[in-house]
Design a binder for this molecule. Structure first.
Ligand code: NAP
Length: 505
């Protein structure tokens, strides 16, 4: 069914319909704000959970916590939900909230530009142009697949696809397959496909830390309880939340606190692999937590199979039919699964957003890396809010908690703009700098910065511009109220608002 045409103007334009964009839309509606539109380049809601359909895809955070606080789901089948359940949950929540008439699917943002003269954004999309008072960018931190720059990869004549663009029309059964990468996606894919393929080569550049996955089906009694005793789900959610918050000091202050996790991960290797040479190959050489800690019970047993080879020699090139490593060995394959992650520190959406001074966010960030005020707003980009912006990522808990904290901040900003008749708000440069200096000071002692690894948390300058270095309840507290005193604000006449005169940058 063709989408309805775009309105010419909305108060709030939301980009993206994943957890961030959908959650924003629902909360806007709950707050009585109906003048909004969500544009989404895909064909339905879900974001990363719509796109990552690879075999074995599941969340590493229990769904009791990895779900909206305002939309509990009594139907989770197990503690770590598989992707189809999460996607079905998001579809259902969207349907039940009655917001989908304000979503335009198949509509990609080409560019968004701020105009000072009428204090609005002009957003050009593949379906037409819309102007907006406020833009909420919720395009996702892990949405743009990163293909590795391996020599010859374009000339491979077999089947090749990224883990986030799985080709379900291609049957891997009986094929010789290579998987490149050993991150969160690969550790889920490899055990799932190892049974089906004729032979599997797994190309590992860096051995990850992999803990046991304490996953189980919920019992019938639990599921009945979730349905009929609302307090029970809240209890589970609260217990999981606090259990995970306990990990924060091990990441941010004293990596020594992660010793029990390291012990469990080493025991996981010992349990899954008997061969000492293979055990050595999979044993990480950096501090646990430096890269994302993975969870799996079947990763190591999969690598130990006779029909699976773990290749640690670096890939030097790909020919029409084989992967070639530095030792000169050519391994013929029919298909290559590229599980090499995403663009995280150079977010593609940033190249499409132009601020008050005519520069894109990407241009501003190219100098010192990504930076925002409270991970959400940007000096020089009035009335722009980003969900899952710089330094909002987590190594230990649910991003949905962060997303809901940001949405609450945005709603408060919108209320304040309405009550104080503000036409534009942007953080003061000083406020943004102080925020980032504090974040970077805290990160400097974290395991992500000191643990002896390279990871997608760090940008080309070696700065950690992705992770939040404190507890999630601190993040929520700091974003609990929109703080106009930290903002440059204007009113309809273009003059600075009264709040603006109180504070100097
Ligand atoms: P990732 O964690 O970035 O892992 C990419 C893997 O590819 C790493 O092993 C990396 O090696 C390797 N690699 C990258 N470029 C390479 C190259 N040129 N040659 C050889 N190897 C190369 O990506 P991901 O597994 O897709 O996961 C990304 C993030 O998505 C995760 O960290 C997580 O936040 C999220 N995720 C979550 C789940 C879940 O909840 N279950 C599942 C999937 C993804 P190096 O380590 O040496 O860089």
């Amino acid at each position: 069914m063709p989408s309805a045409p775009l309105p010419s103007h909305v108060r709030v334009l939301v980009i993206g319909a994943g957890f961030g964009g959908l959650g924003t839309a629902i909360r806007l509606q709950q707050h009585g704000e109906t003048d909004f539109l969500v544009v989404e380049k895909g064909t339905e809601v879900g974001g990363t959970w719509r796109d990552n359909t690879y075999p074995g895809a599941a969340c590493d955070v229990p769904s009791q916590l990895y779900s909206f606080s305002f939309a509990p789901n009594p139907d989770w089948s197990r503690s770590f939900s598989p992707q189809p359940e999460i996607q079905a949950y998001l579809r259902r929540v969207a349907d039940e909230a009655g917001v989908l008439d304000r979503f335009r699917f198949g509509t990609a943002v080409e560019d968004a530009a701020w105009h000072d003269d009428d204090a609005s954004w002009t957003v050009r999309t593949t379906a037409g142009t819309v102007t907006a008072d406020v833009v909420v960018a919720a395009a996702g931190g892990l949405s743009e697949p990163r293909m590795p720059g391996i020599d010859g990869i374009e000339g491979f004549n077999g089947e090749i696809f990224h883990s986030a663009r799985w080709n379900h029309d291609y049957d891997l059964t009986g094929k010789r397959v290579a998987v490149i990468g050993t991150g969160a996606s690969a550790v889920q894919i490899v055990p799932e496909i190892a049974d089906r393929v004729a032979h599997l080569d797994v190309y590992q550049r860096t051995a990850p830390w992999v803990m046991p996955r304490r996953d189980r089906d919920y019992t019938t009694a639990e599921r009945l309880g979730f349905r009929h005793l609302p307090g029970l789900q809240r209890l589970y959610r609260t217990a999981i939340y606090w259990g995970r918050e306990c990990f924060v000091p091990g990441f941010t202050v004293n990596p020594g606190l992660a010793a029990p996790a390291k012990k469990a991960a080493l025991a996981n290797i010992a349990r899954g692999i008997a061969d000492p040479a293979l055990r050595a190959k999979v044993t990480p050489t950096f501090e646990i937590g430096c890269k994302r800690i993975l969870i799996s019970n079947d990763w190591y047993p999969a690598l130990a199979r006779d029909d699976v080879d773990l290749v640690t020699n670096p890939i030097t090139k790909i020919t029409g039919s084989a992967v070639v490593t530095a030792d000169g060995v050519e391994r013929e394959v029919d298909a290559i699964v590229v599980a090499t992650g995403f663009y995280t520190t150079e977010q593609p959406i940033a190249g499409h957003i132009t601020g008050a001074e005519g520069r894109t966010l990407a241009e501003v960030w190219s100098e010192d890396g990504m930076a925002a005020y409270k991970g959400t707003t940007f000096h020089g980009f009035p009335n722009l809010f980003q969900i899952v912006g710089p330094n909002t990522g987590l190594g230990h808990s649910s991003m949905v908690f962060i997303i809901e904290s940001q949405i609450a901040y945005i709603l408060d900003a919108l209320s304040r703009m309405r009550s104080d008749r503000l036409t534009s708000v942007q953080p003061r440069l000083g406020a943004q700098r102080r925020w980032n200096a504090d974040v970077q000071r805290r990160l400097a002692r974290s395991v992500w910065n000191t643990g002896g690894c390279s990871s997608w948390y760090l940008d080309a300058h070696g700065r950690n511009t992705t992770l939040w270095p404190r507890t999630t309840f601190t993040f929520r507290r700091l974003l609990s109220r929109f703080d106009p005193e930290q903002y440059v604000t204007t009113t309809r006449s273009g003059v600075p608002a009264p709040t603006d005169r109180r504070v100097t940058a």
